[in-house]
Design a protein around this ligand. Structure first.
Ligand code: 13P
Ligand code: SF4
Length: 337
């Protein structure tokens, strides 16, 4: 195959297994090839802020979960290349089913989405028949199909406030975001006991020590962090919210309590400012999301070249998951988000 950088034997194996290799000849100029494929296939690359810097740099749009869903819904491209995790690509397919949605690595999952198995959640929902379900977008299509409205970290307050005060609410699957939103809105919500492995790793003690060493630094945190960490935050927001805060703030130093990938955009837009990743409670680089970081530039190239792996969804499930997602987009648009 022209310019593929993959040998014939590998291509045969691919055909057998319907999957892609992870090796590309080092002579291939990945940036040039990805740009060529974008034009040739009328493809758009949507990337989350937690992707590697190279992937962010080749993307057509970089955003938080809400921004990415909005872009996926409105794109005219024939192929959406989703550089993020599975639930994000799935959301793109739910919103824009006539497009081919491919993702660099089918195994790029999410510990938060995994913490809410549909069968268990169905039973939980049945125990609270007078509650509606608001689910964080970080969940599977099956959970979306069991939900009334979806939210993201950037619109969760507006979504909860759009529901009448007397209406009882189940919030799933992230207990940390749920607790934070319950506090902000004054609503008493039943929370599903799920969480993100990356945002639960930050050490409160180490953040306090870091603050003492950098007294002028502002702590900025994602609401998926534990309450004890959020208590030290000067600003709490979605990835886009955190980025905007660093761009508009007159402060020069920030301790960043979210996945480290976002720091690439922070550096790019504010080269004169210092960004310190919040320390995890061990010695590894655990504020890298292992799922997000499964994607590489090579895999972006391969998935565009072979148009695999492709996100396929049963139409019945897609339609059921579409309703609460559409509701979210409508409420967000009405709120100017
Ligand atoms: P946002 O980018 O919507 O803030 O979500 C963060 C996240 O954890 C995505 O997996
Ligand atoms: Fe899921 Fe957390 Fe990774 Fe986001 S950072 S994809 S919530 S595991």
């Amino acid at each position: 195959m022209k310019n593929s950088g993959v040998d014939n034997k590998t291509e045969l194996l691919l055909a057998d297994h319907g999957y892609l290799p992870h090796k590309v000849s080092p002579t291939v100029d990945l940036f040039a090839e990805i740009s060529r494929l974008k034009k040739e296939k009328n493809a758009i690359i949507l990337a989350h802020y937690y992707q590697d810097a190279d992937i962010q740099d080749i993307a057509d749009f970089i955003g938080d979960s809400l921004g990415l869903a909005q872009q996926a819904e409105k794109t005219n491209a024939d192929m959406i290349v989703f550089a993020g995790v599975h639930f994000m690509a799935e959301t793109a397919k739910i919103l824009n089913p006539s497009k081919k949605v491919v993702l660099p690595d089918l195994k790029a999952g999410c510990s938060l989405a995994d913490s809410c198995p549909p069968q268990e959640f169905k039973k939980f929902k049945e125990q609270h028949p007078d509650h509606i379900v608001i689910s964080y977008i970080n969940c599977t299509a099956n959970i979306k199909a069991l939900s009334d409205i979806i939210c993201t970290s950037s619109n969760a307050v507006k979504i909860v406030e759009s529901v009448p005060k007397e209406q009882k609410i189940i919030f799933a699957p992230d207990k940390n975001l749920g607790r934070y939103i319950a506090k902000k809105t004054g609503r008493d919500m039943i929370l599903w006991d799920g969480s993100c492995m990356v945002h639960e790793i930050f050490s409160e003690q180490k953040i306090v020590k870091l603050k003492n060493r950098h007294p002028n630094a502002k702590v900025i945190a994602h609401p998926e962090c534990e309450e004890i960490v959020l208590q030290h935050a000067d600003f709490i927001g979605s990835t886009t919210g955190l980025l905007k805060y660093t761009q508009t703030s007159s402060d020069k130093e920030f301790i960043v309590a979210t996945e480290s990938g976002i720091i690439h955009q922070m550096h790019k837009s504010s080269p004169d400012k210092t960004f310190i990743p919040a320390p995890p409670n061990n010695n590894c680089a655990c504020n890298d999301c292992p799922h997000m970081k499964l994607n590489t530039l090579e895999k972006v190239y391969l998935c565009m070249q072979y148009e695999l792996p492709e996100l396929i969804l049963k139409e019945e499930l897609r339609q059921a998951a579409y309703k609460p997602l559409k509701r979210m987009l409508e409420i967000s648009a009405a709120a100017g988000l």
